[in-house]
Ligand binder design. Structure first.
Ligand code: ADP
Ligand code: GN1
Ligand code: MG
Length: 374
């Protein structure tokens, strides 16, 4: 760790209610949105670590609402774990560390918003799943997370990013980016733009079902890609779902869909060798089995009917968002190379094509599992 961290970071850390002697801090994690750091402190001879994040205010324009949601959600889950007398509770739910003034955030001198969590020790997250067994525990963890929040008391959570998974609104923004072509990039993305146009109608099925009441609104995480799930180094079981900024109303299918998108292929989201981007039915089956084993008690037939579609749908919305960001000049997702967002979009399209090629198999698996748990 780098003990000579920036003076801004030191100033921020000093305002959180952390006791003991600061030792060092370093940047951490591979998310696309927030800036994450990890620090270490000597607390009367015991070394304790914390996670600190600068909230991306361009993405989360109302940080107070984000933190209100996160506090309600983490307290609700922690309360349940306590009543169940679950062991290792402080590793099974994120724990917000308040500032010295009692607020769950700190403002830095430049107006930035920061929060702190206990660092959950002895865990790792995955960028790709390596076995159906891993796929199963990932599915189970998200089913359980949704179940834990089924009875969150009123009021409704804030929509921290309004219309986040609204395909219709995402398409409107995409068409706007195509027509403005502000960075002269439309010429490089002809096949991808054509694919998105051809798939617009099918892409709208989930959001239309949600809007017209065909499927119920539920609290969901909305960003369940695999690296937001922490796994215990010791026994390889899931401990905790993190990255809670987008926990808000949605449909259960958004979360299952993002898991299908990230867990059923062995290729990372920005893999350029598209021959490697393949939908694997064995991983799909294990993932869905794990998910339904927890979620069966609340899923209704209208959700069950759309389980397989959810994966295709969320893959499409991510492809569309990567493409839009590419056309708009890469202002949203962090990129590591020119064309990174276009590569990500191509990858998502390749995954949809592979899903489509095995669509009947996916439907058969889904039917079988629904029958098993009902
Ligand atoms: P982003 O919005 O940028 O994706 P995340 O909240 O997902 O930010 O954090 C980035 C990564 O840091 C996560 O994928 C996870 O691996 C790790 N991480 C976040 N919070 C904790 C924590 N409390 N304990 C351990 N690791 C964490
Ligand atoms: C972002 O924050 P992170 O890296 O976990 C994005 C998700 C996308 C994902 C694609 C708030 O997630 O919606 O699915 O990148 N989060 C936000 O990797 O836009
Ligand atoms: Mg993340």
């Amino acid at each position: 760790m780098d003990s000579g961290c920036s003076s801004l970071l030191r100033e921020v850390l000093g305002q959180f209610a952390i006791y003991g002697e600061f030792e060092c801090a370093e940047s951490f994690g591979s998310g696309h949105i927030n800036n994450t750091y990890r620090s270490r402190w000597n607390q009367a001879g015991v070394r304790v670590r914390y996670t600190h994040q600068r909230i991306n205010e361009k993405v989360f324009v109302r940080p107070i609402e984000v933190m209100e949601n996160i506090q309600r959600v983490t307290r609700h889950i922690a309360g349940k774990l306590e009543r169940e007398k679950a062991d290792d509770r402080s590793r099974r739910a994120l724990c917000v560390v308040p500032a010295r003034d009692g607020k769950p955030w700190v403002r830095d001198g430049a107006g930035g918003w920061w929060r702190t969590y206990l660092f959950i020790e002895g865990t790792h997250s995955l960028e790709v799943a390596h076995s159906p067994a891993e796929a199963r525990i990932l599915g189970k963890s998200v089913g359980r997370f949704q179940k834990q929040l089924e009875d969150l008391p009123e009021p409704r959570l804030h929509e921290t990013i309004p219309n986040f998974h609204d395909m219709e609104k995402r398409y409107a923004r995409f068409y706007d980016a195509v027509s403005k072509d502000a960075h002269n990039r439309v010429k490089d993305a002809g096949p991808e733009i054509a694919f998105m146009r051809e798939n617009e109608e099918r892409g709208a099925v989930l959001i239309r079902a949600l809007k017209n009441g065909g499927i119920p609104e539920r609290i969901c995480h909305n960003d369940t890609k695999m690296n937001n799930i922490l796994i215990d180094d010791e026994d390889s079981q899931v401990l905790c779902v993190v990255d809670l900024d987008t926990v808000m109303p949605g449909t259960s299918l958004f979360d299952l869909g993002d898991l299908i998108r990230t867990v059923t292929t062995r290729a990372e989201e920005d893999e350029r060798d598209l021959a490697r981007v393949e939908f694997d039915p064995a991983y799909f089956e294990a993932l869905l089995d794990g998910y339904i084993s927890e979620a069966a008690e609340f899923l209704i037939p209208q959700e069950n009917e759309r389980l397989a579609e959810s994966g295709r749908n969320i893959t499409q919305i991510m492809g569309l968002r990567f493409l839009t960001d590419y056309l708009e000049g890469d202002h949203y997702y962090r990129i590591a190379r020119p064309g990174h967002n276009l590569d990500r979009c191509r990858n998502q399209i390749a995954l949809i094509r592979s899903m489509d090629a095995q669509w009947e198999t996916a439907l058969r698996i889904t039917q079988k599992l629904i029958a098993r748990y009902n």
